[in-house]
Ligand binder design. Structure first.
Ligand code: NOJ
Length: 538
């Protein structure tokens, strides 16, 4: 198996196209707008972009309800614009990943409209239809009834308007003949079509995909056996024909996703609680009724870093560098990182993300601390997620420089709070979050020890304790990272001798070192952090 060379130093930037930059004044972001802002993303230091779905869609789920996989949604531009985006990105040595949505389509997709017909046709089995309109309660699934004159109920994959594509049942119930096995010719046809979509965009210049709902494409599949078999076929196709293309999964179980052939998997808020333990555990309590425990990067200082690190290291051990973990600052499905945090606290979270042996991803706007606008009305199926999807704040001018359209035409309202962050202002301030994130990225890119493949040694990472201290190492290059998200002074003892001199490369607040024989006591001030290069006196 091969791996794209560029993935080694990749730092991702996630673009939500409708909210990034509006080039034609219609109130919604578009692909030519993203092209105009490539220089900004490059200036920040990110070299790979993942763009949320940009395909033709009725937008009941912000584009995750695709109506035509082969056509860019007119509101974003044309297929030619997308090809130009690939070209312009490549000119800057940057990559662009698209969003592949293999689990479902929009209910307005032509394939689904055909499958709704009572007359048998090519698409009859492309979706999961039961064989009676009255069977919605019997099947053990949550089915939609009365959608058409076809005598059956269909299985939605996410919202009701997103019927599940038929990638088969790993263990079809013999008493339910509508459950087709994975080798059924119609199931195979759907699978071929997904590969065609992939090939179509890779041939157009895309550098890979993030795969939506990657773990739930095959039904009744204990241990993801058949799901993995499908993805391994996709990986073989990539290895043979597109070795420089990358596949990232929305799976959040890296050991399974990498074994299934993905180059990297996001460790996020699904399938697992580890990611929440970093940034969002307490915040979600309020509106998504998740768990009720503090997260590590909260000022209260009551979090538990091992709740993240244990599973993270466990996954790393299982993956054994056959693939990678991507730990993002956020995404379009969760509250923003800034929710409940000051700029200084955000900087600390970024210091962690940029020194982890993983692939980092900056969710657009997190680098300036854009706010989670909690009370917005839902837009395009966003519900609570809507507040994390508002237009990028570029300047202090009209519509924050996002669009020239009248305010009423904007895709979503823009943060109107006095002092709301924007790129223009923060790029001029030396100590702004934006410049700090940029410096952290630069530092990571300049030091192999801090990168994806550098070795991680935990020096102080105990349940319920602060600060978090670790070493990163590549060859003779060594960096010490000290992070104290809590609001109090925190002390630790680390195995550094007086001869090993920590030279500060970036940081905030106080970190004092008091060498003591073969060890060093350190004190980290409130919300303080430091990244130090270790040099040895000889
Ligand atoms: C995960 C995507 O990130 C989310 O935004 C979408 O609503 C669902 N998958 C359904 O496609």
């Amino acid at each position: 198996m091969t791996e794209p060379k560029w993935l080694k130093d990749a730092i991702f930037y996630q673009v939500y196209p409708q909210s990034f930059y509006d080039s034609n004044g219609d109130g919604i972001g578009d692909i030519p707008g993203l092209i105009e802002k490539l220089d900004y993303i490059q200036w920040l230091g990110c070299n790979a972009i993942w763009m949320n779905p940009c395909f033709d869609s009725p937008f009941n789920d912000a584009g995750y309800d695709v109506r035509d996989f082969y056509k860019v949604a007119p509101r974003y531009g044309t297929n030619a614009d997308l090809r130009r985006l690939f070209k312009q990105a490549h000119k800057r040595n940057m990559r662009v990943l698209l969003d592949l949505v293999p689990a479902h389509t929009s209910d307005e997709h032509r394939w689904f409209r055909e499958s709704c017909k009572p007359q048998k046709n090519k698409y009859t089995h492309w979706y999961l239809w039961t064989d009676s309109a009255w069977s919605w309660q019997k099947e053990g699934f949550s089915l939609i009834r009365g959608a058409s004159d076809r005598n059956g109920c269909y299985l939605p994959s996410f919202f009701a308007s997103q019927p599940a594509l038929n990638l088969g049942f790993a263990r079809p119930d013999p008493k339910q003949p509508w459950q087709l096995p994975v080798d059924h010719p119609d199931v195979q046809a759907v699978r071929r079509e997904i590969k065609n979509i992939l090939r179509f965009w890779l041939d157009a210049g895309a550098d890979g995909f993030r795969a939506d709902m990657a773990s739930s494409i095959v039904k009744n599949d204990p241990g993801w056996k058949e799901t993995s078999r499908f993805w391994r076929e996709v990986r073989t196709l990539l290895d043979q024909r597109y070795p420089e293309a990358a596949l990232l999964s929305e799976w959040s179980t890296p050991s399974a996703a990498i074994a299934a052939g993905f180059h990297a998997d996001f460790m996020i808020h699904i399938n697992d609680t580890a990611y929440d333990a970093l940034f969002r555990q307490e915040i979600w309590r309020n509106h998504w009724t998740r768990r009720n425990a503090p997260s590590f990067f909260d000022k209260q200082g009551k979090g538990d870093i091992t709740a993240f690190l244990k599973p993270f290291l466990n996954y790393q051990a299982k993956i054994r560098r056959k693939g990678h973990i991507c730990v993002p600052s956020g995404n379009h499905d969760i509250s923003r990182l800034s929710y409940g945090r000051s700029g200084r606290e955000l900087e600390l979270a970024f210091a962690f993300l940029m020194t982890l042996p993983a692939l980092p991803l900056v969710y657009y706007g997190d680098e300036i601390g854009m706010k989670y606008l909690r009370h917005l009305h839902s837009k395009e199926g966003g519900y609570e997620r809507t507040g994390s999807r508002t237009p990028m704040q570029w300047t202090g001018g009209k519509n924050a420089g996002f669009s020239t359209a009248p305010k009423s035409k904007l895709y979503l309202p823009i943060d109107s709070a006095p002092g709301a962050p924007n790129v223009e202002k923060q790029s001029r301030q030396n100590n702004s979050l934006l410049n700090r994130v940029r410096q952290l990225i630069q530092l990571r890119r300049s030091a192999p020890a801090l990168g994806r493949d550098g070795k991680l040694t935990l020096l102080c990472a105990e349940k319920g304790k602060y600060p978090l201290v670790y070493l990163r190492q590549a060859g003779r290059q060594r960096y010490l990272v000290v992070l104290n998200p809590s609001g109090q002074d925190q002390a630790a003892t680390v195995p550094l001798t007086a001869k090993e001199k920590p030279k500060k490369r970036i940081g905030r607040g106080r970190i004092d070192f008091l060498p003591h024989g073969r060890r060093t006591n350190l004190i980290a001030g409130p919300s303080g952090y430091g990244i130090f290069q270790i040099s040895e006196d000889t």
